[in-house]
Design a protein around this ligand. Structure first.
Ligand SMILES: Cc1cc2nc3c(=O)[nH]c(=O)nc-3n(C[C@H](O)[C@H](O)[C@H](O)COP(=O)(O)OP(=O)(O)OC[C@H]3O[C@@H](n4cnc5c(N)ncnc54)[C@H](O)[C@@H]3O)c2cc1C
Length: 305
């Protein structure tokens, strides 16, 4: 029986694992990779080495600390978590896609989010080479460039505002149209912002780096527009299915946590992008992972012997 099973090995999971190991707990990390989304890096033509602190670097430090501490890591994907009643407290069984079952007193979920993709030609090839799913992270790189944001929600409006302060021009392509709001009205009067409602992106054009997009207007006419940056802000899907039914999720599927990363079920904690905590950033996920580890440690200390 493990003290703690950490599901996911992105910034939140690795930071949690490092702290759990320092507490000499029996920890198992289950994830198909090590590093999660912090493994992504954005490259732009003619611009290298802009980021002073990269997520990659921070995660590499945690990873080498874990390797030094010789931690237990199973390379697999979790299918579900089950709670088992006990005489004094519940325990949990974590089942993986390979059909393995791992028992634990406590679980920390750090499975992150998946961005909704455009599903167009050249998307995979352009990822990190002009195509981004995170304006918060990458907008500062697009100084004086031609850019586009795709999306119809608050994320897309916010990203357009952020880019408008940096880029030469921002095309906001809103496939579903935009609801009226103060931010939409503010964007509508900016000189370097063009809003295209009910337009869709048909394809990306990349030749090493992204250099254009084909957009379709509501009448079906298509045109190619030169841009060197596209921000896909269609929404994020929290990877919370493995604990669905066990803990409270909010309306968008994020795991609801309190200020100590505790979920609605004692013994299950969650950290990072998969939770309803504000904003998706490596540094935030890392801090939340540390918090979850410390809260899990307190939980274990409080269990009846
Ligand atoms: C393209 C891109 C670029 C970004 N660039 C930056 C940046 O420059 N700076 C910055 O601060 N932030 C950036 N972000 C955001 C940042 O990467 C995330 O906020 C951060 O990685 C979240 O950490 P996390 O540990 O919560 O989740 P993730 O990093 O998403 O890690 C999730 C982990 O869970 C694993 N997992 C998922 N489902 C399962 C399952 N069922 N079973 C087992 N394991 C599972 C995954 O394999 C992974 O190991 C970027 C995000 C994206 C998508």
């Amino acid at each position: 029986m493990y003290d703690i099973i950490i599901i996911g090995a992105g910034p939140a999971g690795l930071a949690a694992a490092a702290y759990c190991l320092q507490k000499r707990l029996e920890v198992l990390v289950i994830a198909p990779d090590l590093g999660g989304k912090a493994n992504y890096r954005l490259h732009l033509a003619g611009l290298e080495g802009f980021e002073h602190i990269t997520g990659e670097e921070i995660v590499r430090k945690f990873r080498s600390q874990l390797q030094y501490l010789d931690f237990a890591h199973v390379r697999d994907t979790v299918k579900h978590v089950d709670a088992k009643p006990g005489a004094k407290h519940e325990t949990f069984t974590v089942t993986t896609e390979a059909g393995k079952h791992f028992p634990s007193r406590c679980v920390i979920l750090t499975t992150g989010v998946e961005p909704i993709r455009l599903n167009v030609t050249d998307e995979e090839r352009s990822l990190g080479r002009g195509l981004s799913y995170s304006a918060i992270s990458h907008a500062p790189l697009f100084w004086e460039r031609e850019t586009a944001v795709v999306g119809s929600g608050v994320l897309a409006l916010r990203s357009t505002a952020e880019l408008a302060a940096i880029a030469k021009r921002v095309l906001l392509i809103a496939p579903e149209g935009l609801a009226d709001s103060p931010l939409k009205r503010r964007l509508a009067i900016m000189d370097n912002v063009t809003i295209l409602e009910k337009h869709t992106v048909r394809r990306l054009h990349a030749d090493g780096y992204l250099h254009g997009i084909t957009i379709r207007d509501p009448g079906g006419r298509e045109q190619e527009v030169p841009v060197s940056g596209v921000f896909v802000e269609l929404g994020l899907i929290p990877q919370s299915e493995v604990v669905k039914g066990l803990v409270d999720l909010d309306a968008d599927g994020y795991v609801v946590v309190d200020d100590r990363c505790r979920t609605s079920r004692p013994g299950i904690l969650a950290a990072g992008d998969v939770t309803n905590t504000y904003s998706e950033q490596v540094l935030i996920a890392t801090g939340e992972g540390v918090k979850a580890a410390l809260a899990a440690y307190d939980y274990l200390l409080g269990l009846e012997p």
